[in-house]
Design a binder for this molecule. Sequence first.
Ligand code: HEM
Length: 504
Amino acid sequence: MQLFDYKEKQPTPALLTTSSGQPVHVSQMRVAGKNFLNNPFVFESIKHEAMSKRPDREVLAKATGAHGYFEVTSDVTMYTKAKVFEKVGKRTPVLARMAISQIDVGASDLYPVTGKGLSFKMYTEEGNFDLLGLNIPVYFYKDPILFRDFLHSFRPNPKTNIRDPTSQLDFITRNPVSLQTMLWVFSEFGLPRGFRHMNAFPMHTFELYNNEGQSYFVKFSFITELGYKSFTLEESSAIAEYDPDLFMRDIYNSIENGNYPSWRLDMDVLSTSDLSKVNFDPFDVTRLWPNGTFTTVQVGRFVLNRNVDNHYAEVNQAAFNPTNLVPGILEPPDELFRGRVIAYHDSQNNRLGINPNKIGVNCPFYARTYNRKGTPPVLDDEGDAVSYPFNSFNGPVPYEDQSRPVRQLDIYQENTADLAGCKRFYNEVTATDEQKQRMIDNMANVSLRVEHSVIERFVALLESVDEDLAARYVNTLDELKRRVTLPQVVEDLDPVKLNPYRKY
Ligand code: HEM
């Protein structure tokens, strides 16, 4: 389809050149019988392809993206002075990136038990404002050191390069703090019917302040305006076979057809006085705020109405960073966020160089800094502007704002797991029998190849959450083991039998 569109725009072929603009002679197109080192066109073509791959993101690598806008739908000026939210009807251009975790580029979107990302970059007049969300409202852990450990347990074994569900369940039993999020991921909420039908949550508690300097504490949510819908396990395994790129295709086609995906931006709010009264840690990303403790305010909506022209330039090279906030919105004070402050810069410097914000898609409307040089692009590098701050030559100066809180919260968090939250999830969120069984079927599928002692520990953990959950899991797994008889050819290839280090 895209190929035919191109042909329509380009009725006759254009002249081919090298990257430095010299026309390419037809004899340069093939090497046969010639010394190709004397053929800069061939040399450049091979070299460029060989060196074209930059590192992918370590997490959420496979993705799609689109442009659109954010529109304010309610007056929220009592909570924040951020100009992006300053009046009802105001629109701000937006880039969205939608991604799937735990899989590499090229793998199937329907790979079981993955998280999905939905991030928005709002190009505001006060700088880029990025909100990064995942499709589940609680996070796997609150201690940033677990970033590495969690990923390692879910990644292929470093020796064999084979995924090992034993290490995944082992991680959960050794870090019960991650159980609640895993229950969400195993449940229907882990398998939305494409990005358009999923909600997403930035999870941290941000401090907002208004023009009078009053603070509020908020959690943002992106709520799909199409209504949440999920795939059944049968549907997803059937689709995985014939359309591994379904999530990506669905977004592209819906925008091309004028069915623009959209999400409401809501925020759950606690005032400063609420904060001193609650009996839970409102900054703990592994827990939900209990119903009845907060008010929900609608802020606006995101609409995606334009596909990108170049995936590499506009999606792969996009750099979303949770520290990209604007005046009126302060950094969340929790420990996990502090871990993220380091990680995104490092990852983006590693894959894009030291000037990621000078790459077209990341450029804010306005930026004046004292940084100079670095890996390309350097653009005009501020021309002849003075290159050190606090100078006598009218170099850029910082702004002043009397309403910005002078003190920010400094919090110390407990290292406890919210198993009561897991019980509430099992009994209240997966409320019906069918919902419970679906989650347990998923857990049992993953557990089929898990080493016995780890299963025992996992069952003990589930028992400490809810007896019924543990009993159903044991029964479902037993039943599944009885039912699954591998055909001979698969048995011959069974990794357990081939791997002398593993036993069941
Ligand atoms: C210690 C905690 C965390 C660390 C160290 C971490 C680190 C990272 C890194 C290094 C990237 C790749 C960035 C890039 O190269 O562009 C990334 C991407 C991402 N992270 Fe995190 N992360 C953490 C927690 C979270 C949380 C709590 C959320 C959700 C609320 C989240 C959502 C995302 C999303 C959606 C992306 C993909 C962004 C895109 O589409 O480019 N992360 N994370």
